[in-house]
Design a protein around this ligand. Structure first.
Ligand SMILES: CC(=O)c1cc(-c2ccccn2)c2ncccn12
Length: 121
């Protein structure tokens, strides 16, 4: 039988796409949807050496660049920590990043992920 395109994807890719969709729901304002633009954020590219955003993470999934769940989680943390580094505490972006990081990591605990079985081993 011919598998649908989605079923052809590697199991890890399909899992990461699902996790990414759930993380994106925690960013309703889409502050983290696209790379931060220096025009909106003066000096961003000199302060933040390794930018990261959800669209880049999606592309990395599609390019099979994530070899493990931990690499995916590291990029998620990097994205949030960049925002907490560049934006001063109290700003809308700093607060959004802190909330996103905590909400996201709760979704990525072993207890939440265990049901997904040996895909992660
Ligand atoms: C995530 C982040 O640091 C961010 C996103 C944005 C952003 C996100 C969407 C549209 C416009 N700007 C932003 N603007 C100024 C300073 C920081 N930011």
């Amino acid at each position: 039988c011919v598998l649908k395109a989605s079923q052809k994807r590697r199991p890890l890719s399909r899992l990461l796409e699902q996790l990414l969709r759930n993380l994106e729901k925690r960013d309703p304002n889409q502050f983290f949807a696209w790379p931060v633009n220096d025009n909106f954020a003066p000096g961003y590219s000199t302060i933040i050496k390794r930018p990261m955003d959800f669209s880049t993470m999606k592309q990395k999934i599609d390019d099979n660049e994530y070899k493990s769940l931990n690499c995916f989680i590291s990029d998620f943390k990097l994205m949030c920590n960049n925002a907490m580094k560049y934006n001063k505490p109290g700003t809308v972006y700093h607060k959004a990043a802190k909330r996103l990081l905590h909400a996201g990591l709760k979704q990525l605990t072993p207890q939440k992920l265990r049901p997904l079985g040996d895909i992660l081993t």
